[in-house]
Design a protein around this ligand. Structure first.
Ligand code: XMP
Length: 514
């Protein structure tokens, strides 16, 4: 394991991903963890991330010197670099010589461990106020910039390396190569971590955890729950039962995809609950987005728990595990911890013993999203599931502006299917993050079709590009693709006589309309 010590500001996750791209397993630890505890994890190497602090600021995070004397190879980046420099007796000044963004790096030792085979001049991404003017004793300075005399250094004997810039970001064009040089040449690691090894390891761990008991998994149709279920299925087979709640708010073909393709690919035991009527009844007469969301959430939990209770009633008390598709970013963001949490199931459930506790199985809690997709692929899940774009839990219920009715859902399902079909045919699925298709059920406009006046509803296309859904920009789709979608929707979908494009970024607009 390579430990990535997190000094804050989101750099650590990106570094951890880059290390894994180099096929070396990495984990993030907070900089507040005592060095002795880090070393007790027996890391093969340690990377110190960047962070927002100045090494001179009061209360700036520090590290016990022992980390540099333990013999474990260490690579400091940005703040981590400055910390290494000051801790080992180098000089870091607050010179006022700031560098932000793309900066040319001059490599003075092209044969050095980190820079071998990379250009003498390469663009790197800088973000710092303080600068290192003198490397610690025993270190060789390997690169500089116009502003910073010591922009990289290394001490091969002690296996200590550092760069002032951020090799993990894309704008540092040779960053991945430099990182790999540290891992392979500096730390002597071999690239052996693969999704295949993740699957093997997880399958063994799940078997041990579950023993002869049983587990339940809720399937949403999304990537995470599907891959988690497939992995657990591989481990314990018929001891797993999956529950899929069809709330009638799914897109065209999605329920079938879970019912047929997923089951075919995994052989999983699936309980499908057809709850369309129940949801539509609960949603009748409701137009307010928040109220819709609350109703859908509430009904969902009720139906799911009912199904759980039935499974437990059928198979007895040995149902002790609940599978969840928690990902590594969720784990890191919620404070890190390892070990299994116990959750108490909601107690407003008919038939469930009040004190029933599930132990969680979270086979994806060490993985990033792209890795989850790779695991899914390796497990033989269909491409349509593995590469699925995000889709909100409340489904099409929050893509109808106005009251949700069966007719409107059917209409929106048609329009959405056409948009998806054309985007896929144009090869745009990977370029866009997602493309909500929204029905403005409360709006009507006048049109003309076949010599007659129409008075129909508009459909909104909301294609966006994004990295994490926190911010987004509207996708600049080719006009001819937009034209095809528009023509087909207005021709093929009854009561729709207009297609409009949402050209709002997020913020200020959210991705979904409700
Ligand atoms: P917004 O509309 O907030 O959406 O910009 C951000 C991302 O979250 C998805 N989304 C949801 N996902 N349950 C979900 O599982 C929800 O209630 C929900 N609401 C929005 C949305 O599709 C986008 O990817």
């Amino acid at each position: 394991t390579v430990l990535v010590v997190d000094f804050g500001a989101q750099y650590a996750q990106l570094i951890a991903r880059r290390v894994r791209e180099a096929r070396v397993y990495s984990e993030i630890v907070p900089s507040t963890m005592p060095v002795a505890e880090m070393l007790a994890k027996n890391p093969a190497a340690i990377i110190l991330s960047g962070g927002p602090s100045s090494v001179y600021a009061e209360g700036a995070p520090r590290l016990d010197r022992e980390i540099f004397e333990s013999g474990v190879p260490v690579f400091g980046m940005c703040y981590g670099f400055q910390l290494m420099a000051t801790t080992l007796g180098g000089t870091v000044d607050n010179t006022g010589a700031r560098e932000y963004g793309r900066t040319p790096l001059h490599v003075s030792k092209p044969g050095s461990t980190l820079f071998e085979g990379t250009p003498a001049e390469q663009p790197v991404w800088m973000s710092h106020g303080d600068a290192c003017s003198e490397a610690p004793e025993g270190f060789t300075v390997t690169a500089s910039t116009d502003v910073v005399p010591v922009a990289a250094f290394e001490n091969d004997e002690k296996k200590l390396y550092g760069v002032q810039y951020h090799p993990e970001v894309m704008h540092s064009t040779h960053g991945q190569q430099v990182l790999e040089h540290f891992l392979y040449r500096g730390a002597g690691l071999t690239p052996s971590w693969t999704t295949g090894s993740v699957i093997e390891e997880q399958v063994a761990a799940i078997r041990e955890q579950v023993g002869t008991k049983r587990a339940i998994c809720g399937l949403s149709g999304g990537v995470d729950s599907a891959v988690a279920a497939a992995l657990v299925q591989k481990a314990i087979g018929s001891q797993l039962t999956c529950v899929y709640v069809d709330h009638g708010l799914m897109r065209k073909g999605e329920t079938e995809q879970v019912e047929k393709d997923f089951v075919a690919a995994t052989g999983v035991q699936l309980k499908v609950v057809d709850a369309e009527e129940r949801f539509l009844k609960a949603l009748a007469g409701v137009s307010d987005p928040e109220e819709k969301r609350k109703i859908i959430g509430r009904e969902f939990i009720r139906v799911f728990e009912q199904a759980q209770a039935e499974i437990i009633a059928d198979s007895g008390p040995e149902v002790a595990f609940l599978v969840q598709g928690t990902l590594y970013p969720d784990v890191v963001e919620s404070g890190g911890g390892t070990g299994t949490a116990n959750i108490k199931s909601h107690h407003n459930v008919g038939g469930l013993p009040e004190d029933l506790e599930f132990e969680l199985i979270e086979p994806l809690r060490k993985l990033f999203k792209d890795e989850v997709r790779m695991v899914g692929q390796e497990l033989g899940l269909p491409e349509e599931i593995v590469q699925r774009q995000p889709f909100p839990g409340p489904g099409l219920g929050i893509r109808i502006v106005g009251e949700v009715t069966k007719d409107r859902l059917d209409l929106l399902r048609e329009a959405d299917a056409i948009a998806r079909e054309e985007l896929t045919a144009a090869g745009l699925d990977r370029d866009i993050w997602q493309c909500p298709v929204v029905l403005l059920a409360d709006v009507r406009s006048v049109g003309v079709q076949g010599d007659g006046r129409t008075y129909g509803h508009p459909i909104v296309l909301r294609p966006v590009s994004s990295e994490d859904a926190m911010t987004a920009d509207w996708s600049r789709l080719p006009y001819d693709v937009l034209a095809r979608i528009s023509t087909r929707i207005t021709n093929e979908v009854k009561d729709v006589n207009r297609v409009v494009l949402d050209v709002t970024s997020k913020p200020p607009g959210t991705i979904e309309w409700e």
